[in-house]
Structure formats: C-alpha cells, structure tokens
Design a protein around this ligand. Sequence first.
Ligand code: TXA
Ligand code: MG
Length: 333
Amino acid sequence: MGLCSATITYMSIISNCTESAIRDAGASLISGNLVTFPTETVYGLGADAANKDAVLRIYEVKGRPVDHPLIVHISSIEHLDKWARDIPEYAIKLARSFWPGPMTLILPRTKLAKDFITAGQDNVGMRVPSHTVALALLKEFESQGGLGVAAPSANRFGKVSPTTAQAVSDELSNYLTSADLILDGGPCAVGVESTIIDCTQSLPVIIRPGEVSTQMIEELLLIKLPIFDTQSNQIKAPGLLTSHYSPNAKVFLTGTPAPGDGLIAPSHIPTPKGVFRLAAPKNNIEYAQSLYNALRLADTKGLQNIFVIPPVAEGIGIAINDRLTKASAESVI
Ligand code: TXA
Ligand code: MG
C-alpha cells in the first residue's frame, strides 16, 4: 500500500494524498492533537507519547480506564533505547526479525516512558509498524523532534478495533475535535492486533497472540516458549475484560443460526435460509482481514445474534480464536 492511497480527513474522509499531508499530520501530533492512522494490524489512535495532555485525551476519546497502558510506536529499532533499557538479547533478535511488523515487545522502561504511558508499570510496550503510511508518519514526526507515538486501537473501550478509516470515523467522530485527523490508508492487511510479547523475564512470553506466531518465535530463537500463566505472570493479559472486542450483537461459537441471525464461517460452509452471511473467508488470512468488519456489519444491520464457525487453530487462526473467545464471553451460558 503506497503513500498515494493516504487521504486526510477533518472529521470526514477526504481523498487527498500528498507527502505534505503527512507533514501536516506530523505537525499536528507535535502540537498535541490526535492523529488516527492505519497500521498493518488495525487503525491506531495516536498522540505524542511524551505529551501528557495529548495522551490523556486518548483515554478520554476511547473512554478507556487509565490503568490500561499504551503501546509506543517508533519508526525503527534505532530509537528503541530511548524508551526501553536492559533489553534482552532475544528481544533484539525478535525486533531485528519481525520489525517493522505486527509485534509489540514489553520491555523495562526508561525515564522517558512516564506513568501516563505505562499506567505506573515499570515496563513499556514498543512497536515498529510496517504500514507505509504509519512509517511515513512516524519518520515525519521524529524529524520534527517527536520521540514516539502512543497509539491504542482506534475504537471505544471494549469495542471492536477498526480496520478501515470509515470504521474509525463511525467509532470516534463524536469524540474527536476538528483539530484531530484521520489518515486513510485503506483496509488493514492483517486485521487483528499485534502479537504482544513480555520481554521482562529470562524467556519471552506471548501475552496476546497475533500474526507473529509461537512457531515463528520458537524457530527463530530455537527455544520452547513458556505458556502465559495469568496467575504467576506479573503482567496483565490484554483484553481480559469480558466485554473486550465486542459488537452490540451477541456472539455465539456454538449452536445454529435462525433466520434473521448473522453468520461468520469459512467459505465452504453454506448459508442457511434467511441467515445474513457476514463473512465467508477462504482461508485464515482472509478470516483475520474480514472478522472485525463482519462484527461491525452485524451492528449496522441491527442483528441480535452472530453465530461463528471459528477458523482452524493454526497460524493467525490462534489469534482469531483468542478474539472470538473474548467477543463471545458475555454470550456463553
Ligand atoms: O496492533 C496493535 O497492537 C494496535 C496498533 C494500533 O498498533 N494497538 C493496540 O493497542 O492494539 P491497544 O492499546 O488497543 O492494545 C494493547 C494492549 C492493551 O490491552 C494494553 O493494556 C496492553 O496491550 N499493554 C500495552 N502496554 C502494556 C504494558 N507495558 N504491559 C502490559 N500490557 C500492556
Ligand atoms: Mg484495543
């Protein structure tokens, strides 16, 4: 996806892609405004990570409790030691192999990573995204003196992450001001959030599955990854609340849809009569790309129930199943 597919909107989506648009967006971040931008995973709601007032606006716009830390986005591994210290050798290897890309590393923080970023924890989440528009924005922001961009997914707290600029606008336009921006870089190629890896212990631990899989990490580091244990690990797992990744409609992972219900299922599964087919992905990659839009579509159509036939649990299927389990948590009887 090239820079030319980027457009900038002031509360609405305008098709106008230029490098000067990215320059303006960088300047807007420096001035303390919010800039929503595409990444390869989902859209992020960005603010200058060193500007307390700007970061607090992220929490306000998302309606997110302040005890949830934010990921800091940088344009390159070269900037990592501004934010993180005591970086283990395995974390450097992960960063060199999978950045830019859909992976976040949790590392011990430096003084630059203030409590308003880390929610008072002694560690900070760091990511170098690979989307062309995200990288251009980060480079521009850094060239204007910025050090990092804090960005959670650009949805209201507990809701579905946006994978298009239109979805961002639907979610947040009531909460953004005319000084904030939405950058449109097209639909996100991955479609589910980054793999988050706790790198504060002797071995890495995946605390949120994503496209960078256990197998990829084990093959790179030639180790067996420990399983994340929510009881003994000091770091809280992301999205543990029951309402996470939830549309308004109820999500069911078992049972049969009735006429008027929605269905998300692999393409070989036929659609029963009267059921609204929300997505029919041909493989796990398409499943991840289409999942969040399918959940949103159900709400746009005013459906009450969504029945889901989960993907095969391999590769990104593991991340999809993680989000589906959380999205369905309130519907489990
Ligand atoms: O793909 C992604 O990671 C997207 C794009 C925009 O980069 N971002 C994203 O951010 O998903 P967010 O805030 O929606 O989800 C990150 C999760 C949150 O549950 C947060 O509490 C957790 O990761 N998190 C962030 N920093 C952390 C830290 N230092 N320790 C433990 N959990 C952390
Ligand atoms: Mg999120």
